[in-house]
Design a protein. Sequence first.
Length: 284
Amino acid sequence: MKNNQLITALLLLMQTSAVFTQQLNKTTSQSNWQKFTYDLNSILGGVGHAYTRPLSWENNQVGFFAGTILGTMGLYTIDDEADRWFRNQEPHIPELLKDYGWYYGNPQNNYAFNGIVYLTGLFSKNDKIRRTGVLMISSATATGVLQQISKSLVGRARPRSGLNKNDFRPFQRDSDFHSFPSGHTALAISNAHALAKQFKNPWIKGGIYLLGSIPPLTRLWNGAHWLTDIALSVVLSVANVEAIDKYLDGRYQNQSKENAHKNKKRVAWRMIIKGNGLGVAMNF
């Protein structure tokens, strides 16, 4: 009798374990998919928020914009001198740095890195890393699309084209007239700023910004952009990251509250009496 009871109890335990594992896998899969769709909407919403943010600027933000314009006008007066100086440094720069600057600022590599950060957070269930990935992807997208459109609209000649800084030819297919803004700078600085915001240690922050500054410098060394192209791209990138970060704060704080409310009544236990055995099942 005792053996029969033991066998029955073990069978019920195995059954309960199988049901639990099946439900857990199902819940995990659904949870990841729900998070992914939520994050996708967050990315799209963040991009839209970045583009409409200027409509709700406050006085201090308008002042910052005015200061940026004045600063750019000041840099514009030394564009030629800065271009000559940076291009004279190019022969002395290690190839490793130049290669890193090119490949990291490349859109495909940039998005691959962002994707790795996001997927790491999603599958490891680390919400901070996951949100960081969302911030990096949405910031890179907002900045990247804007800079691609601006390149064609502005049509500024690159320094290496042999033309001067005042030569603007909008709507040209020739890449020699796609100087402003700098795509490599926009993507590299967006990533660096979004990532650095996640750390408090000043040394880590400084290291991230240092790595992020190399792509813009490579574009100055090889004559792909003027100093004003780089400066405005940096400001544009930082502004987009800040705007999207605030938008995501509201999105993910609300999600955390909803999840906490759902989890209060998520697990339910029930006793199963079968034959001469006794077992416990857990539903959630």
